[in-house]
Write a protein that binds this ligand. Structure first.
Ligand code: NIG
Ligand code: FE
Length: 409
């Protein structure tokens, strides 16, 4: 058995056995001052105050008063893509909206074209670079979607790249089939036929190869309707794929309610969510997930997460790292956005990107908090004055070490 002991932890935060934190609970950091944490074979084995710390271990790491916390759980990303879309960034600066760029064949269809021209190996290499980038900034668990394939072959190509990332990295990775991300050009005017392709070919093929953990649909104005979403989620349920869907980003699309009807793990974006959506979420176990990186980059409203937490809901925050609407997967910055623009307290933002993020990708049994038996996916900070310092000084290199399965990155 391999033991690593972390001593002299100024604050051990995120200590909880709960699957998620709701409403007022989110303001509680669940911390322990002057603590130790013992890792055995990659798992959290023991923790407590320094006066009760074990004296021996194979490796001892002195935290020198730094914070130890669970690593970030980023429950919504699209990091498998080919090339970049910085040209569309310029289009946006020249006044075009996200919807206008999409209508011109840009946006998701532009990424689909590039992905089609990129072979699986090159796609893997580009994606692995992005994964390594976010690992260094403290992400230990991540959900990755397909959705730039839009043909059976290319969607499977994306999912195979995700599978290879799962096999190659110590990060805990969940994969989501997002065949219904946009209607490809060839199906223009035949949206129903494309939905049929998703239901009758993509879902069975992905399930057959065990390539997808979840199903997603971009249920929004100009993309997929509530009826399309209903069909797709019904087809996916037969294969045990739980939904995590894109909802209410561009319009009040009805996405939240259809997601809840299908017992979605999460409904994400929610920039246009209002009181009926909050009420519907309160009666469900679905995790509302805010993506402040997309609001920031697209310059659109932020999801009303403050109101949601005040209403007693559990909320997760994720990066949405993708080439078109959130080209940033750094959860340190995403947390800062959640505080500054969504008015979450630092403690609430912290819980939103750890335990609640883990819940939003059904990973809370394994990660997302300090609890005995969970993976030792941890961040050790340099000595910092407070928990608030983390989103406050988001560009200060405060990370001293990242641990994945107990190993220092
Ligand atoms: O989550 N909203 C839809 N999908 C992505 C954006 C994808 C893209 O523009 O490439 C999102 O924002
Ligand atoms: Fe997204």
């Amino acid at each position: 058995m391999k033991q690593t002991l972390i001593t002299n932890i100024g604050k051990l935060i995120g200590v909880t056995d709960k699957p998620r934190l709701c409403g007022m609970e989110m303001a509680d950091i669940n911390g322990l001052d002057n603590a130790y944490l013992l890792i055995e074979d990659g798992k959290i084995a023991q923790y407590g105050t320094m006066d009760t710390a074990p004296e021996h271990a194979d490796t001892i790491i002195d935290a020198k008063g730094g914070i130890v916390m669970p690593s970030y759980c980023d429950s919504h990303t699209h990091i498998v893509y080919a090339g970049t879309r910085d040209q569309e960034f310029l289009d946006k600066l020249h006044g075009l909206s996200y919807e206008e760029i999409a209508k011109r064949g840009g946006g998701i269809l532009n990424s689909a074209q590039r992905l089609h021209e990129t072979d699986e190996m090159a796609l893997y290499e580009q994606s692995a670079m992005r994964l390594e980038e976010v690992m260094r900034t403290g992400t230990g668990t991540i959900e990755i979607k397909s959705g730039y394939g839009l043909t059976l072959e290319d969607e499977l190509k994306m999912l195979r790249v995700i599978r290879r990332l799962k096999e190659s990295y110590p990060t805990l990775i969940k994969s989501t089939l997002l065949g219904a991300h946009a209607v490809p050009k060839e199906y223009k005017g035949r949206q129903d036929d494309y939905v049929t392709l998703v239901c009758e070919q993509m879902i069975p093929a992905a399930a057959h190869e065990g390539l997808a953990d979840f199903i997603d649909v971009f249920c929004d104005e100009g993309f997929f309707t509530v009826a399309d979403t209903d069909r797709i989620l019904t087809a996916a349920a037969k294969y045990g794929l739980r939904p995590k869907i894109h909802a209410n980003e561009l319009a009040n699309s009805g996405g939240v309610q259809i997601g809840i009807k299908h017992k979605a793990l999460s409904v994400d974006h929610l920039e246009r969510a209002e009181t009926p959506e909050v009420q519907a979420l309160l009666a469900s176990t679905t995790m509302p997930t805010g993506l402040p990186g997309a609001s920031f980059f697209l310059n659109i409203p932020y999801a009303p997460t403050r109101q949601m937490v005040n209403a007693g809901l559990s909320v997760a925050i994720a990066s949405d790292y993708n080439p078109g609407s959130s080209p940033c997967g750094d959860m340190r910055f995403i947390m800062a956005l959640a505080c500054i623009y969504m008015r979450l307290l630092p403690e609430e933002a912290f819980n939103a990107v750890t335990i609640n993020g883990a819940y939003a990708m059904d990973a809370h049994q394994e990660t997302g908090s300090i609890a005995i038996g969970k993976r030792a996916n941890l961040i050790l900070t340099k000595p910092v004055p407070s928990v608030a310092f983390i989103p406050y000084a988001h560009h200060t290199p405060y990370i001293e070490k990242v641990f994945l399965n107990g190993e220092v990155l």
